[in-house]
Unconditional design. Sequence first.
Length: 343
Amino acid sequence: MLDQIKDVNEAGLYKLSTVFEFPEFVKTASHATAEDVRDIATGMFAWPGERMFPMHTKADTWLSAAYFRKFASEIPEHARGPIGAALEQAADFWQISLPEQMQAKEAAVAEPAFSVEYRFKDQVYHVAECENADQLYKVAADAMIPGKYPYAMRRDLARQVLAYEQELPEHFEADLYKTAGYGTGNLGTARHAVHQRLVGVRDHWNHLADGLQELDALLVKTAGEQPLVSTGMLDKTAAMLDAVDRFAGFDKRYNEHIRPPEQQLFEITINDVDSFNKQAMQLSSGHVVSEREVLASNARAFLSNYGYDKTASAEDLRKTIMGLDPRRATQLYEHIQRTAYAQ
């Protein structure tokens, strides 16, 4: 729920502007900020218990009423009556007409086909109103720009886009599912991602190194004898690695060796499950690779260097890869990581 205090990036204010004609005294006034209302009496809020909907100025009273009308459905029903009554009383005091009494703009403003909120820590920083699928894809692509947003925000953006169930390009959809955290991954890969950060921070930030070592131990403990790590544990791991990356500056130089945490951790997504045998292979080393990664890395050339020549057809290539011993399988996996994601 929003009022002008919580609407820090004015995403809600934009929505109000598409519904109401703002009076001149509101257009020319600066609406209240958290700092402005820090010391005003609780009784000057229409919802005193939450210190929301300030009424200490004429402009803020009108804005509070507009936010209340627009977002009333998000407010507990028992609180709506008292809030409305307080705003009406304040309007009488300021001798203004509330938005409820004004004529809304004509419904010529079309509702967007898709609406995606950029949220972080319960704050809405921006609302992307998308008129068509192409604009929705741009939001999805924005969410996956390495290092642009914190992990929790890009995960939430990806989930909102996927919820619309629009058809996406195959390679794009696979990455979006990883960004959304819809999947699982191999314990060895998760530990490798942790160890990459550990090597980068242990000589400079002892507290980060200690935390990463604890995370590594927790991964081993929670996985037990299972080769795959739970989605919940991977989500926590991705959040911590993202925090380390942003603190240490790794997010500014992601490459084929160190990538955004979710792109490393979520090897098998729910998008892969229905056709797992066709789309992915679990190597004898325990790593999981997709056919797309195999082809992008030119695995045939790699295998030919070690005498594996029967890889002309897709089926022969698959049989060769699945038949590799763990040591060679690990080498192939490392080759794929170096080349399939090279920028």
